[in-house]
Design a protein around this ligand. Structure first.
Ligand SMILES: Cc1cc2nc3c(=O)[nH]c(=O)nc-3n(C[C@H](O)[C@H](O)[C@H](O)COP(=O)(O)OP(=O)(O)OC[C@H]3O[C@@H](n4cnc5c(N)ncnc54)[C@H](O)[C@@H]3O)c2cc1C
Length: 418
């Protein structure tokens, strides 16, 4: 592979789903792009696994919908529970605006693989093991120092491997996209404040082979102070995300920096997980034959006060975080990534005014203020059931959709999106 270029139109920091998608959208638009990630490879875990209907639409515009559908597992309904009671049902088929009126379960690592393959076809290779160190910008462009990382053997008499900086490259870019996740280094360099809206939460996430089929429905369980979700992954694998109680979450320490997003090395105990599931979802009869993967993950509700400055803009978890139940962070992040790439393309090709980035920020803040329940939200109508009314605040972050689709799903519960 050729060396990292010193001069490029756009430098993307972070090759998670949002960075990969923004790089792909730019490459498709004929923009020269480099994408770097400090990790040695893309995520090997499934992390976020639900693809919203609108995201499928977006993948369709990138020529990836068919491959996603072939790799994924279609889900048509979402059941809403309060303990043993089924309180509501959402039919994805009501999402009539697009061509994909359903949810697709597609593990995050598979989505990343699809995006990376498509990027490679366009001649762009992810520079794994490349870490952004510094950024400086003026009105003409951005200068970034990127470190190439290599494993070296250190220590005597017992050698161990350690990551070391092999070389530094000065990259001059017209624009930089910060898609470097919840603990964003780009956000920190720009000194952009980030605000937490609510207490951090922690979830035990367990992927397992059930004893019997769990069906094709996502199920969300509302308990006193907790929310849990069962996502089928395929006909033979399913995932429970079980929220820890407030007291348990208070002692959770993640590897995610100032904000909670990040996993720990702590592995939840299988017996305790089964007991927790049965206590919260007594209707769950499929059983756990084998645990394939389990972890504890912390999540925050947070939003950056600004989404960028000048020629450097944030997208994805670098700008926001929310509960994992509705899979909103990654899905909304992917749409943002495409939007930002389109704006940069217009600025580069058509000389669009810098105001288009101020508008990007305004729209992001508006959307996230709504999703985080800071503005507007779900309001009661004569059709709202007492249960849906009592859960309005929590439903907002748990419905697997955003924008007009979120309004359509909410309407099925007799709620209006303000
Ligand atoms: C264990 C786990 C489980 C999760 N489960 C769910 C779930 O159930 N539902 C849900 O909605 N979400 C879940 N998430 C969150 C979801 O994975 C994120 O919303 C999604 O990955 C965000 O994508 P992103 O592209 O914005 O950032 P990320 O995927 O975080 O990618 C950021 C990338 O930037 C790179 N990077 C960071 N700093 C630098 C630097 N200085 N230089 C170069 N590269 C850098 C990182 O290596 C990383 O690859 C989970 C996350 C974890 C960790």
């Amino acid at each position: 592979m050729s060396a990292l270029s010193n001069k490029v139109d756009v430098l993307v920091i972070g090759a998670g789903p949002c960075g990969l998608l923004s790089a792909l959208a730019l490459a498709r638009g004929g923009i020269e792009v480099e994408i770097v990630d400090r990790a040695r490879r893309s995520s090997a875990q499934s992390y976020a696994c639900g693809i919203h209907s609108a995201t499928l639409e977006l993948l369709g515009t990138l020529g990836l919908a068919q491959q996603a559908l072939e790799s994924g597992f279609r889900v048509d309904t979402v059941g809403l529970y309060e303990g043993a009671e089924r309180r509501g049902e959402l039919l994805m088929s009501e999402l009539k605006s697009g061509g994909f009126p359903f949810l697709l379960v597609l593990p995050q690592d598979r989505l990343e693989e699809l995006l990376e393959q498509e990027l490679r076809q366009r001649g762009v290779r992810v520079r794994w093991g490349h870490r952004l160190d510094t950024l400086h910008q003026d009105e003409n462009g951005v200068s970034a120092t990127v470190e190439t990382l290599a494993m070296t053997s250190v220590g005597y008499p017992y050698a161990r491997s350690e990551e070391a900086v092999e070389k530094e490259t000065e990259v001059h870019a017209r624009y930089v996209i910060g898609a470097d996740g919840a603990a964003s280094h780009v956000r920190q360099i720009l000194n952009l404040p980030c605000e937490r809206h609510g207490e951090p939460t922690a979830f035990e996430v367990v992927e397992f082979e059930p004893v019997s089929d769990v069906g094709r429905e996502v199920r969300i369980v509302f308990g006193p102070g907790t929310q849990d979700a069962l996502w089928p992954q395929s006909s033979s694998i399913a995932r429970w995300s079980l929220q820890r109680t407030e007291a348990e979450a208070a002692t959770f320490q993640s590897d995610g920096g100032d904000f909670a997003l990040g996993s720990t090395t702590e592995t939840p105990d299988k017996e305790a997980i089964v007991a927790r599931i049965l206590e919260r979802a007594p209707w769950f009869k499929a059983g756990i034959k084998e645990v394939d993967w389990a972890t504890v993950v912390g999540f925050d509700s947070m939003m950056a006060r600004n989404f960028g400055v000048g020629r450097v803009w944030l997208t994805g978890d670098a700008g926001h975080q929310t509960s994992p139940i509705g899979m909103q962070s990654m899905n909304v992040g992917l749409r943002e990534a495409a939007d930002l790439a389109g704006r940069i393309q217009r600025a580069l090709r058509q000389g669009a005014a810098p105001e288009i980035f101020a508008e990007y920020e305004r729209q992001r803040r508006e959307e996230w203020s709504l999703l985080l329940g800071l503005k507007g939200g779900l309001s009661k109508t004569p059709k709202t059931t007492p249960w849906a009314n009592s859960q309005r605040r929590r439903l907002l972050g748990s419905l697997p959709a955003s924008g007009a689709d979120l309004a359509t799903l909410a309407r099925q519960l007799g709620l209006e999106l303000a």
